[in-house]
Design a protein around this ligand. Structure first.
Ligand code: ZN
Length: 286
């Protein structure tokens, strides 16, 4: 999808085993000993699974905080580290604010729940399973019926590069008109949408809503989903003025995407949200 190595490998800091870490972003401090989020390294699948589940829960709760709920619509998925053909997702008919580690479900590509007590959202598994199957490199996905995203999707137009934030989607988002407005509950329909998602970070599904996919993490998929909804909101506001916006040049948009719009930066942005939710909503770990 996107090149995470914004500035070439730069060595910085030391990991727990004393080895120099490779610096993948200018945001990583060169000064040692400062508090800064680090992508953890896992010794066991259990540790990695627990991490992914906790971050999936936090992503659901972030969606609640942003008002992305619409009844039972909306689903977030992340692959299991040990069995990547299975993915963890939020349970059907549980509000984003009430998702917790213990009510997540593990499902296969046929929509069968292999772990957990709750039912699965059929539209969720049809779409997500199709994407996860079509693109083995996709680690996580998010979808919801948000107000501004769905409104902008009705125009059938891609986003204009009106800001540095919008540039995160430069050459990395697409409008899909197929199955537009029809709920993707039939497997064939999910597959036709999945095939068009390609290597894009964000999808504007016409007359339906937004989707994001990440090769990196659920953190990355969730943050760029929040960003995509915000970009649609801002685009609608600019359009409402009737004034033609000044756009970023292709060169500037590309620079912004590579330096402040990478998968790593999506993950890093989400750590701010994760930390806030983990501290204020400790029942997420139940
Ligand atoms: Zn939907």
């Amino acid at each position: 999808m996107l090149d995470d190595i914004a500035n070439g490998p730069i060595m910085t800091g030391k990991s727990s085993d004393g080895q120099k870490r490779e610096r993948i972003s200018l945001y990583q401090p060169e000064q040692e000993g400062l508090i800064f989020p680090e992508i953890p390294e896992f010794e066991t699948f259990e540790e990695e699974r627990a991490y992914r589940k906790q971050h999936l829960v936090a992503a659901c709760r972030a969606f609640d905080q942003h008002g992305f709920d619409y009844g039972f619509a909306g689903h977030l998925t992340v692959r299991d580290p040990e069995r990547p053909e299975l993915y963890w997702t939020n349970p059907m008919c549980v509000h984003f604010s009430q998702v917790k580690v213990s009510n997540l479900i593990l499902a296969d590509h046929k929509g069968r729940v292999v772990e957990g007590d709750y039912a699965i959202n059929r539209a969720g598994f049809v779409l997500h399973a199709a994407v996860h199957e079509e693109y083995p490199e996709v680690m996580a996905m998010c979808h919801a019926h948000t107000t501004y995203g769905t409104a902008w999707c009705a125009t059938g137009r891609p986003l204009d590069m009106i800001s540095q934030d919008a540039a995160a989607f430069y050459n990395s988002h697409a409008v899909i008109g197929a199955s537009a407005g029809a709920v993707a509950v039939e497997e064939e329909s999910g597959l036709s949408v999945a095939k068009q998602i390609g290597r894009n970070r964000g999808i504007l599904h016409q007359n339906h809503g937004l989707l994001t996919a990440s090769q990196h993490s659920i953190d990355d998929a969730a943050f760029w989903f929040i960003a995509l909804e915000r970009a649609c909101h801002q685009q609608l506001m600019v359009e409402a003025t009737g004034i033609k916006p000044q756009l970023l040049s292709d060169e500037t948009a590309k620079y912004s995407r590579e330096h402040v719009g990478s998968d790593y930066i999506g993950w890093l942005h989400f750590q701010t949200i994760y930390s806030h939710i983990a501290q204020t909503q400790p029942d997420m770990f139940d």
